[in-house]
Design a protein around this ligand. Structure first.
Ligand code: HEC
Length: 103
C-alpha cells in the first residue's frame, strides 16, 4: 500500500512542474489575446492569420500545432515564439485554443 503512495508523491510534483503557474497563465492569456490576436483576430476567428478556433484546429495534432507556435511557419507571416514560450507553455496554449468557448 505505501508503495502506491510513494509513486503518487513522486509523480505529482513532476506533473505540476509541466503546468504554467497561475501568474504565468495570466501572462499567456494576455499574449494570446494581444500578440496572437493581432494576426489571428481578437476573438481568434482569423484575420491575417488563420482562425484558431476549436473547429479550425480539429484533426491537427498537438505536436504539429506546438511546432508551428515554437518554430513559426516558413513562407508565411507566422513567426517563431520559442524565444518567449517554452514547449509546455505552447502546449498549454494549444489546449486553451482547443477549449475556446464559441462566440
Ligand atoms: C504576424 C502575424 C502572426 C502572429 C503575431 C501570430 N501568428 Fe499564428 N499564424 C499566422 C499565419 C499567417 C498563419 C497561417 C500559416 C499558414 O498559412 O500555414 C498562422 C498559423 C498558426 C497556427 C497553425 C494553425 C493551423 O490551422 O494550422 C497556430 C496554432 C498559430 N498560428 C498560433 C499562434 C499563436 C499561439 C500565436 C501567439 C503566440 C500566433 N500564432 C501569433 C500569423 C501570425
Amino acid at each position: 500500500m505505501w508503495r502506491f503512495f510513494l509513486v503518487l508523491t513522486v509523480s505529482i510534483p513532476a506533473a505540476l512542474a509541466e503546468f504554467p503557474s497561475t501568474e504565468r497563465q495570466h501572462e499567456l492569456r494576455n499574449i494570446l489575446e494581444h500578440d496572437c490576436g493581432a494576426c489571428h483576430g481578437l476573438t481568434l476567428q482569423g484575420g491575417l492569420g488563420s482562425a484558431l478556433t476549436p473547429q479550425a484546429l480539429e484533426g491537427k495534432s498537438d505536436d504539429f500545432l506546438v511546432t508551428t507556435i515554437l518554430e513559426g511557419r516558413k513562407g508565411t507571416a507566422m513567426p517563431p515564439w520559442k524565444k518567449f514560450l517554452t514547449e509546455s507553455e505552447a502546449r498549454w496554449l494549444v489546449n486553451q485554443l482547443r477549449n475556446l468557448p464559441a462566440n
